[in-house]
Design a protein around this ligand. Sequence first.
Ligand code: IMP
Ligand code: MG
Length: 181
Amino acid sequence: MQGGKTIQLHDRTFEPYLSEETILKAIDKMAQKINQDYHDKSPLIIPVLNGAFMVAADLLKRINVKCEISFTKLSSYSGTSTTGTVKTLIGLGDDIEGRDIILLEDIVDTGITLEKLEEEVEKFKPKSVKVATLLVKPDAYHFRIPLAYVGLEIPNKFIVGYGLDYDGLGRNLRDIYVVTN
Ligand code: IMP
Ligand code: MG
């Protein structure tokens, strides 16, 4: 994304990185694949708050199979890096047993959040579990869970916007920005 303005959040400067258009194209493709794979199913989609709220809205608008949505809230980040421990802030509420589950993340970095969530979901005996994520940092992901639906791969840099924050700020931005230093 060229020529956009840099922005300041707290003590850091960010520059434009992925445009809203690029993001929505990636989500279109994710939705197409999901629509094909689940054409005869009725998945329960579980987005991880807070970050995944925006991708959840745009992805769900593009899903044309019967589906349900139920948010969960986990947190592992503090500032610009992961703390390594994941806190559950809103647990899994809906009936997961026997359901086809799609876990929806904004971004998979270390994979710690996803591991923990997957473990929790498995306890409720779902029929199947797949993972969808708008973004993945491939250099950083060390865990065993395959990512079935990936929007875009990005380098291991800190980004904000489109749901993603830097210490609370930046979630409302339509585009994604990368830290400049
Ligand atoms: P993981 O547990 O290390 O995979 O981290 C996943 C979570 O950390 C994501 O759901 C995001 O909320 C957050 N996160 C990871 N990378 C970034 C980033 O570059 N910017 C903002 N949040 C991030
Ligand atoms: Mg998140």
